[in-house]
Write a protein that binds this ligand. Structure first.
Ligand code: SAH
Length: 340
């Protein structure tokens, strides 16, 4: 059955026309789903009872249920939500000066296998539906009593491995009759699925793309990320350059600093040389230790030195501020605990 919250307003209109219903019913239903954020068709009180019954019979409505909420001293909230099929997803709410940012998951698990990442350890269970990505934002707004202004798709999963649902989700989230979030306030992070980066560029969405680079050369990148065996850094950066050309959105490159692996001054200089001449931003992330792995973050001074070397060589770089340090544990670990 089709998930009602994953349908565009045009698709709703077509479906309702087929039921012999007037088109304003589609607007009403869209409003219930994306503005009033109801959990069931039953709550759509301005629809005729017979129409509600038909919708309940012909469509599903996947709704997330809060399982665990951890609140940090800095206000960061980590959520574990249950899906109707008893799967679980993690999402995070962070408060910055510029507003409230939510980090959502795009898949249940992940099949990319990055060595330092907890989300991929159990493999991929399934893709999330567009409505299930929306639900993470809607339930957080409801729980925290806030409005979400920024979105990062950096939780569990590889968003470009679920590209069709991802683009549909973004169109729903930015729809004027729905939450109406600006495309400029959305960042999608990918480990570097080259053909999908090119497909995303063709969607002409004004969203920021972040590429998980993590190493300045192919040999080192292959020891950290299996995807590097499929695509070279040169091919990947070429696709990112084309993404920038097609969308005008400056690329963001993520570089998780791992002590003794990719954090030497030589690595910084090689990274600067690699990105030279590109209008981009480098986001340095001190690696978050994962219980099942032995990776450690560099000392603070070493991370700062790495950043300075990039800046000195003409590359914009910041070190990611650690939010919710007291409730930390790497991303994906709440979900793993539940699975055990
Ligand atoms: N699949 C997407 C989103 C993953 S999470 C991607 O690969 O980009 C967002 C970022 O966190 C990615 O850059 C990812 O490589 C990084 N990351 C994953 N686990 C990490 C850890 N334990 N410490 C630091 N960064 C990590």
């Amino acid at each position: 059955m089709t998930d009602l919250r994953s349908l565009t307003i045009e698709e709703l209109k077509t479906a309702l026309a087929e039921m012999g219903q007037p088109s304003f019913r589609a607007d009403q239903i869209f409003d219930w789903l994306h503005r009033k954020k109801v959990r069931s068709v039953e709550e759509m009180s301005n629809l005729p009872k017979t129409l509600r019954e038909t919708l309940e019979r012909d469509f599903s409505l996947s709704t997330l249920t809060l399982h665990t909420r951890q609140i940090s001293r800095d206000g960061t909230r980590k959520y574990l939500f249950l899906l109707p099929d008893r799967q679980a997803v993690e999402s995070v709410l962070m408060h910055y000066d510029y507003g409230n940012t939510v980090c959502i998951s795009s898949q249940v698990g992940c099949r990319m296998g990055c060595r330092f990442c907890a989300s991929t350890i159990g493999g991929l269970s399934r893709n999330l539906l567009p409505g299930e990505m929306l639900e993470q934002i809607y339930r957080i707004e409801e729980d925290a009593g806030i409005t979400v202004n920024h979105l990062v798709v950096m939780g569990t999963g590889e968003p470009l491995d679920n590209l069709e649902n991802l683009t549909r989700f973004i169109r729903l989230l930015t729809h004027p009759a729905g939450k109406n979030l600006s495309e400029r306030n959305i960042t999608v992070s990918t480990c570097g699925l080259v053909p999908q980066i090119r497909l995303l560029a063709q969607e002409h969405l004004g969203i920021t793309l972040a590429l998980s680079l993590h190493a300045p050369d192919d040999a080192l990148r292959r020891t950290m990320m299996p995807i590097a065996n499929r695509y070279t850094i040169a091919e990947t950066l070429a696709a990112c350059d084309d993404y920038f050309a097609a969308t005008g959105r400056r690329m963001s490159y993520e570089y998780s600093l791992v002590r003794g692996v990719n954090d030497s001054p030589g690595h910084a200089l090689a990274l600067a040389a690699l990105l030279k001449g590109r209008n981009c931003h480098v986001n340095l992330i001190p690696v978050n230790p994962v219980a099942e792995r032995s990776y450690e973050a560099p000392r603070e001074a070493e991370g700062a030195h790495f950043q300075k070397l990039l800046e000195k060589n003409g590359i914009n770089a910041t070190i990611r501020k650690r939010m919710g340090a007291d409730i930390d544990g790497a991303c994906g670990q709440l979900r793993r605990r539940l699975m055990e």
